[in-house]
Design a protein around this ligand. Structure first.
Ligand code: AMP
Length: 198
């Protein structure tokens, strides 16, 4: 994207299996911004055997949330890096009300604000089916039946309500997550562009 293109500071939310990671990567390319997935950062640390990895492994394996102070500090560090100066798409954060407050604080300290919060919607049966398939392909440690159910429950209880908070700020863009990958990206971009002044 050219330097005249406005910044895009985005959050993408949606239950596990809704295609957030896929869409985040596609939007990152469209708007030339980094996709920041807290889950990916945790997995890379677990794989690399870092101190952070050892700390979070017991939570991620069960599908529980990593404690806020750990996650918040990691996101604050990441958003202070140079490559996010003109934007970012956060995938998997914020996941609860306390993280929304923290993100507001991080962005206020940086003197920037969100441009949009994207929510991909899908029903539970479809999500379970997709996650079982992904488990077969990727072999993720937290794609066991129990951990999958746990993550969907946590999403419904703690994360889904955040959409209302963002809707009240007129930031929410809700898009049906069922369909072809390209078609869904098209829906997201069509809603986002006018907001970004593209
Ligand atoms: P994900 O790849 O987004 O499904 O994240 C995988 C796992 O990482 C989650 O089940 C949590 O254990 C942990 N995790 C990722 N993002 C967060 C977050 N914002 N807050 C707490 N835990 C998180």
């Amino acid at each position: 994207m050219s330097s005249s293109t406005p910044s895009a500071r985005l959050v993408i939310m949606g239950p596990q299996g809704a295609g957030k990671g896929t869409q985040a990567a596609r939007l990152a390319e469209t708007y030339d911004i980094p996709a920041i997935s807290t889950g990916d950062i945790f997995r890379a640390n677990i794989k690399g055997g870092t101190e952070l990895g050892r700390l979070v492994q017991e939570y991620t394996a069960k599908g529980d949330l990593v404690p806020d102070e750990v996650t918040n500090a990691m996101v604050r560090d990441r958003l202070a890096q140079d490559d996010v100066a003109s934007g970012f798409i956060l995938d998997g954060y914020p996941r609860n009300a306390a993280q929304v407050v923290e993100l507001d604080g991080i962005l206020a300290d940086l003197g920037v604000a969100l441009d949009g919060v994207l929510e991909l919607t899908a029903d539970r049966a479809e999500l379970l089916e997709r996650m079982r398939k992904r488990a077969e392909i990727e072999g993720r440690e937290d794609d066991t039946d129990e951990a999958i159910a746990r993550r969907l429950d946590i999403y419904a209880e703690q994360t889904a309500p955040l959409a209302d908070a963002y809707a009240a700020r007129d930031l929410l863009i809700q898009v049906d997550g069922i369909g072809e990958v390209e078609e869904i990206t098209g829906r997201l971009v069509a809603e986002l562009n006018p907001r970004l002044g593209v």
